[in-house]
Design a protein. Structure first.
Length: 193
């Protein structure tokens, strides 16, 4: 089931938080219950009932495209530099200039496209996705390095370092959930009810 289908299933069964009256068919992202008069924020209610992974939220993939280009561009640069160095062709500097420049141009184009489609909030969420991904990578690599004992001659710091890396990864998880909630709210705000 896609993220949009999952959202539609949840929206179809949204009930009033006060009296459990089914709010299906009412128009808008914030609705007033006809039974008891309580105001219900449908976006917040759907986000709280979202059971799928946050990267499956509608619109999350569009926000992650610049991040994907950045990661692939970096990996392609490393790969091409290795190939150029292994072949001893003498064009390592050209590869190290052209490939990152191409990746940077593609990244900027995707950020601009995200800004045109999603506005300033979309660009900020896309840049936050970069920070979250970096945090996941830093936390995981740091956790592995401290767990292996590298760079830690005194074992008492091992607990502190592991705790810090786990805290970074937990913060990244909450950041990912924040982006997912905002994607759901944005989807419901522009959805014709």
């Amino acid at each position: 089931m896609s993220g949009n289908d999952q959202i539609e299933t949840i929206v179809r069964d949204v009930t009033c938080v006060a009296c459990e009256y089914n709010l299906r068919g009412l128009q808008g992202p914030v609705v007033k219950c006809p039974e008891c008069g309580a105001v219900t924020d449908v976006a917040a209610l759907v986000a709280s009932r979202w059971g799928g992974p946050w990267y499956r939220a509608p619109g999350f993939d569009r926000l992650a495209r610049p991040l994907a280009v950045a990661v692939v561009g970096w990996l392609l640069t490393v790969f091409m530099a290795g190939v150029a160095n292994a072949t001893r062709a003498g064009f390592e500097l050209l590869v190290l200039a052209v490939v990152p420049a191409g990746a940077l141009v593609a990244w900027v184009a995707l950020i601009v496209a995200t800004g045109r489609r999603s506005g300033v909030e979309g660009v900020m969420l896309a840049l936050l996705a970069h920070l979250i991904y970096s945090g996941y990578v830093f936390g995981f690599i740091g956790f592995l390095m401290t767990f292996a004992g590298a760079f830690m001659p005194d074992m008492s710091w091992l607990v502190v370092a592991c705790g810090f890396c786990v805290a970074v990864m937990i913060a990244c998880y909450h950041g990912e959930r924040f982006i997912g909630r905002r994607c759901i709210a944005r989807y419901l705000a522009f959805r014709p009810f």
